[in-house]
Design a protein around this ligand. Structure first.
Ligand code: ATP
Length: 849
């Protein structure tokens, strides 16, 4: 993107003005309005890329502002240079110049042909055309018969004027001659402001085509066959004008209206473009032929420079301010510039061939080796990644398997623990019952004694399992409702007999033969920091349950937070939409002062036209009626100017009330003028008519008319009618102005309300943002908690594993003890048998002792 280059040129003053007024001060690249005694007027100061004061020549302007654009045009960039400013400010002087000091167009033409001579490696073809836009119609200045030409648009040519004569030119002289003939066809006219005023906008266009001469390979081989086409527009605009000042009527008036309208559209286009890409919206290029033709130069593909010409006289202050405002807006526009190259088929083919050649060379040369190596390396890397991937997949699979196994194992272990607990509980009951049996066994013994020791061996026989099956079976059947964990005995001596062992191992498939004999060691009771001795398994389960519940809660909370977050995001989006709507509305409101400004300018024109028409009815220009009308005209015009100033101040963001001094000054000047007019009129009136005149200045005119000699009655009536019409129009305008003011007030009010609302919304949005960040923070905490819970679960899992390991050790030790008990039992039996055999008389009773 490239900004438009904007410069301001101050024309030398036409006449010496009284030093009482204001003046424009040029300092480096800044221009500001100063009071007579040198103090700058606040708010009226502008800076530009370049500023040319009265002493600057056209050659300086060309060198600084346009030379680069002209040179870029030879390299294939589109270029446009135009002059803008009020009438008689020096636009034509800048573009066309004089004999002594040729203007931009002449210098550009000469420069182009000089440069072409210097560029040896390219061929150039230059076509020129010259057109004017007169009363919104395009005329060919090279061929007078080509009038009212239409504008067309095509993909290849963009926007173009159909039927416009284009002359192929070979040298500067040829162009100069053509220009001269074109100038002759151009519309000029005399106005109060300029004896030779341009009544049309003119566009001198040069189409520069170039092609490389050398078709062999060169460093620039890629574009040797491509054709570069650039369009250079040199534009001299007609000047904006105040009809009151130019004194235009009839044809001039019509021309002036067209000029003003097209310049207004240009101003609108510049305004929109200066708003920046985001806010600009529709650009009204099509509203005038001028903007349509200049479209590429305004925000399009062209290097553009604008020279804004101003008149330094105090009487033109308002117009100058308008021009400077236009210039400062234009300064903000950026164009997108690029070389215009057209590829012919041959060029395309050649370009592709070269590309293929280049690729082949790359492959064949040492580059190919590097590439091959690189490919090999990449392949190796790929293989490595694949292998790693496979390995990781296998690991993952193994992990999954082991995880499953572990799960199964845990479940099994859990069952075993349950069984053991049941059995331990059962063994207690069993022991109690076996104690009862022992005490009952005493009776049995007695019975045995009675039955002569038939069942002696029963004293050592294993307790009958079938004797207590029902309780055990009942317990087993209620397995699932049994407590999951019961304390294991501290020593294995409590479960010393084989049957009880068998009972204990029901449901636990333990291959006793495979059990290794381990050295006897003291079996630790179950260590558990958290497990209470009375019901540790229950506690474990409960702990796990709690953790699970916590996890669920955390997940729930996370879901709620997520939902809330989504809702917040939706709300935020809605707020953003509302915000952009409000901004658009505010934009519209901001445009109101601008519209009011235009409205005031139009009203002023109408008012001044009407008064100048009235003046034309008065034959005696020195009569008091003429004086009255003329001073009314001036006062009215000044009033409108004040209004315009106020609106333009509002447009620039300055509140009119803030510049109270200026307003008061203007007000004072006006009242002084009014007073002096009334005084002079009063002096020529009779005493009787004086009172009446003071009350009603319009009646005064009538009376004056009646008393003045030499003025016919018919004339008087005409004048009075005219004045009445004027009065009505003036009142109408006053009303309109009042309404506009009211509208402005309302708009301001609305704007303030909107601003307040906007602030509220911003606050709300901020609060929402805070809530969202708070929610995110909570979410992070909850996620953290969840991680902790998962860690706890893993720890729990590990503890269980350890526990199972201990149970296993306990089982091994238990088996070992059992084996030694069994061997002890059989040894004991054997010894008793032996003793019995040695001492057959000893009684079982004594043996039992
Ligand atoms: N920089 C300058 N130096 C000397 N004379 C100038 C300069 N600028 C303008 N003038 C003179 O001022 C007069 C008006 O200038 P010019 O015709 O160029 O104004 P303009 O802006 O083209 O007016 P319009 O819009 O009416 O065509 C001419 O006589 C011109 O020679």
């Amino acid at each position: 993107m490239e900004k438009i280059c904007v410069a301001v040129r101050v024309r030398p003053a036409v006449s010496e003005e009284s030093s009482a007024g204001t003046y424009w001060n040029v300092d480096d690249n800044r221009i500001s309005l100063h009071k007579a005694h040198g103090t700058p007027l606040s708010g009226i100061s502008y800076a530009f890329d370049h500023l040319f004061d009265e002493s600057c020549s056209n050659s300086m302007v060309y060198d600084v502002l346009t030379k680069d654009i002209i040179r870029a045009a030879l390299e294939g960039f589109n270029g446009t240079a135009f002059a803008y400013g009020q009438t008689s400010s020096g636009k034509t002087f800048t573009m066309n110049g004089s004999e002594k000091d040729p203007g931009i167009i002449h210098r550009a033409v000469e420069d182009i042909f000089e440069r072409i001579q210097m560029i040896s490696d390219r061929e150039f073809l230059i076509r020129v055309s010259y057109m004017e836009i007169y009363n919104e119609e395009i005329n060919d200045l090279f061929a007078v018969e080509n009038q009212k030409l239409p504008i067309h648009e095509s993909l290849e040519r963009g926007v173009f004027v159909a039927g416009l004569k284009e002359e192929i030119v070979n040298n500067a002289e040829q162009v100069m001659k053509l220009l001269e003939s074109g100038e002759a066809n151009r519309h000029f006219g005399e106005t109060n402001m300029n004896v030779r005023s341009s009544r049309s906008h003119t566009i001198f266009r040069m189409v520069i085509e170039s092609k490389g001469k050398d078709t062999n390979f060169s460093s620039d081989y890629l574009s040797s066959d491509a054709i570069r086409v650039s369009v250079l527009n040199l534009v001299d605009l007609a000047g904006s004008e105040r009809i009151a000042k130019t004194g235009a009527g009839g044809v001039r008036l019509k021309e002036g209206k067209h000029i003003n309208k097209s310049l207004m559209v240009l101003g609108n286009v510049i305004n929109k473009l200066s708003d920046g890409a985001k806010n600009r919206g529709h650009i009204p290029y099509r509203d005038s032929k001028l903007t349509r033709i200049l479209q590429p130069a305004l925000g399009g593909n062209a290097k553009t420079s604008i020279v804004c010409t101003i008149a330094p006289e105090e009487v033109h202050v308002e117009e100058t301010k308008g021009t400077l405002q236009f210039a400062s807006r234009a300064k903000r526009i950026a164009n997108c510039v690029q070389v215009n190259e057209i590829l012919t088929d041959a060029a395309l083919l050649k370009r592709q061939k070269l590309e293929i050649e280049e690729l082949r060379m790359k492959l064949q040369g040492s580059h190919a080796e590097v590439l091959e190596q690189e490919i090999l390396k990449l392949r190796n890397d790929l293989l490595k990644y694949e292998l790693e991937h496979e390995k990781l997949e296998m690991q993952l699979e193994e992990e999954r398997k082991s995880h499953k196994e572990r799960d199964c194992c845990i479940r099994e272990q859990q069952m075993k623990i349950d069984n053991l607990s049941n059995l331990v509980t059962f063994s207690d009951t069993d022991r109690n019952s076996s104690q009862g049996q022992v005490s009952g066994r005493g009776n049995d013994k007695e019975e045995c004694n009675n039955s002569n020791s038939i069942s002696q061996g029963d004293a050592f026989s294993t307790p009958c399992f079938k004797a207590v099956p029902s309780a055990f079976v009942a317990r087993r059947s209620n397995y699932s409702v049994l407590p999951d964990y019961s304390p294991l005995p501290d020593t294995i001596s409590h479960v010393a007999d084989e049957d009880t062992w068998l009972k204990m191992n029901r449901g636990y498939i333990a291959d006793l033969d495979s059990l290794q004999m381990t050295p006897e060691r003291k079996v630790q009771s179950f260590p558990s920091t958290e497990v209470t001795p009375d019901c540790p398994n229950e506690n474990y389960k409960q702990g796990v349950e709690n953790l699970k519940r916590q996890l669920e809660l955390v997940i729930q909370e996370r879901d709620v937070l997520k939902r809330k977050h989504t809702e917040d995001v939706v709300l935020n989006n809605q707020l953003m939409v509302e915000l952009s709507e409000l901004r658009q509305e505010a934009q519209l409101i901001q445009e109101i002062p601008q519209r009011l400004c235009k409205c005031a300018a139009n009203c002023k024109d109408v008012y001044v036209d009407a008064l100048s028409m009235t003046q034309s009815f008065i034959s005696d220009g020195k009569s008091s009626t003429a004086k009255l009308v003329s001073s009314m005209s001036e006062i009215g015009a000044s009033l409108f100017t004040i209004l315009e100033t106020h609106f333009s101040m509002a447009l620039d963001g300055n509140h009119p009330l803030e510049n109270d001094n200026l307003i008061q000054e203007q007000h004072k000047v006006l009242s002084d003028r009014l007073k002096s007019t009334i005084k002079s009129l009063l002096a020529s009136e009779t005493l009787s008519s004086q009172d009446e005149n003071e009350k009603n200045p319009l009646c005064r005119c009538e009376h004056k008319g009646s008393t003045l000699k030499g003025e016919t009655t018919c004339w008087k009536e005409k004048l009075s009618n005219e004045l009445n019409t004027l009065k009505e129009r003036y009142h109408g305008l006053e009303k309109e102005l009042g309404l506009n003011n009211q509208l402005l007030e309302e708009s301001k009010q609305r704007y303030n309300n909107l601003e307040t609302e906007f602030h509220h919304l911003l606050e709300e949005r901020e609060a929402l943002c805070k809530m969202v960040s708070e929610s995110s923070r909570k979410l992070a905490i909850v996620t953290n908690q969840k991680d902790n819970v998962l860690k706890d679960l893993n720890a729990e899992f590990q503890r269980r594993k350890d526990l199972q390991e201990k149970i296993k050790q306990f089982s091994v030790a238990f088996a070992h003890r059992k084996t030694s008990l069994v061997s002890f039992h059989s040894e004991f039996k054997y010894k008793i048998e032996e003793m019995r055999a040695q001492n057959p008389v000893s009684t079982p009773k004594s043996l039992g002792c």
